[in-house]
Design a protein around this ligand. Structure first.
Ligand SMILES: [Ca+2]
Ligand SMILES: [Ca+2]
Length: 168
């Protein structure tokens, strides 16, 4: 059954050009769309990448066991009440802002560490994700990049490091 599903997806990919779904994870290309509705996808420690012009509509679905999750510039994510669980890097370079109904959580595993980067502003507080990082400054369980209550940048600019070295 798994082989049949994989073959079907591969054929669909060839015919439609979207999405690419295989051993390396899911890549949603320009013009591609993944609609989860209420479905659950277990990624098995592979990555999800949404490229410019691609989109994922989470609906009430779940994506679990994801390693890295990337939204390129111009990518689209509709989170609705969806749930995403990842162990590696959240990279949002798109205009995606998380809505009130969805959940993004991190777990340990897949041989990688939890990390946040990208110039997007996932919590919509005006501070880019890579500046807020995964630190939970107010210890409420939400990392700063998902916590609109925290607008403090945790990023140390290279200039500051350089000055510290000079003063040392
Ligand atoms: Ca932010
Ligand atoms: Ca927090």
């Amino acid at each position: 059954m798994k082989h049949l599903l994989a073959a079907t997806l591969f054929l669909a990919t060839l015919l439609c050009g979207i999405p690419v779904w295989g051993a390396g994870g899911i890549v949603v290309m320009n013009g591609g769309e993944v609609v989860l509705n209420s479905q659950a996808i277990r990624m098995g420690c592979t990555d999800v990448v949404v490229k410019k012009g691609g989109s994922i509509d989470m609906g009430s679905g779940t994506i679990t066991q994801c390693r890295h999750f990337t939204l390129n510039s111009g990518a689209s994510l509709t989170d609705a009440t969806g749930t995403l669980s990842l162990s590696g890097t959240w990279k949002n370079n798109s205009s995606f802002v998380q809505g009130p109904g969805s959940t993004v959580t991190f777990f340990s595993g897949c041989g990688v560490s939890n990390h946040v980067t990208g110039t997007g502003d996932t919590d919509g507080d005006g501070v880019m994700d890579y500046r807020e990082s995964i630190i939970d400054s107010n210890s409420d369980g939400l990392p700063d990049f998902l916590d609109p209550a925290i607008t403090v940048a945790n990023f140390t600019s290279p200039t500051s490091v350089y000055l510290m070295l000079l003063l040392d």
